[in-house]
Design a protein around this ligand. Sequence first.
Ligand code: FMN
Length: 171
Amino acid sequence: MATIGIFFGSSSGVTRGAAELLCEQLSGSELIDMEEDFDGIEQFEEFDVLLIGSSTWGQGDPQRDWVDPLFDLTNDSPDLSGKKVAFFGAGDQDKHGEHFLSVLGKMHDLFVSLGADAYGFTSTDGYDYKFSLAERGGKFCGLGIDDVNQEDLTEERVVSWANQLKIEMGL
Ligand SMILES: Cc1cc2nc3c(=O)[nH]c(=O)nc-3n(C[C@H](O)[C@H](O)[C@H](O)COP(=O)(O)O)c2cc1C
């Protein structure tokens, strides 16, 4: 069975809630809270599948617990080839629609540049925002949740994404 590491950073608990629900849905998965449990970028090498979760802040910036790990990944350039990776995170399409979920796009580009294969792209239908760096070929390069404006859709979005990953990644 594939080992799955769910790495998440979350300031007000929205991305954490998604990470916990993903962990319930995906057997063989383990939660790594970037604030409490993260020891260093070698930890990414321990898993076959990496689910990378961060809310977006500032001008499309990562949640604060991801700042140092992303810097270390960029500097040290570990070889992540053979890893399957997918991205998820919270944003606010109404108040922050000029950079909705943008960190997902930044993290996607970094992990892919290190050799990982990206899965779990989703439709942008049902969201209303101005701009996002998370768009790739008309889709989001991961799962976007917006608990501020669309709380009633969150659980369904997360469960449906977990099922999509099971199929796409053969979990
Ligand atoms: C100061 C501030 C800046 C934010 N910037 C963005 C942004 O650029 N893009 C976005 O999609 N959401 C933005 N948000 C919304 C947060 O990502 C959203 O509240 C999210 O649910 C937080 O998730 P978390 O609890 O997992 O950290 C911002 C929120 C605040 C308070």
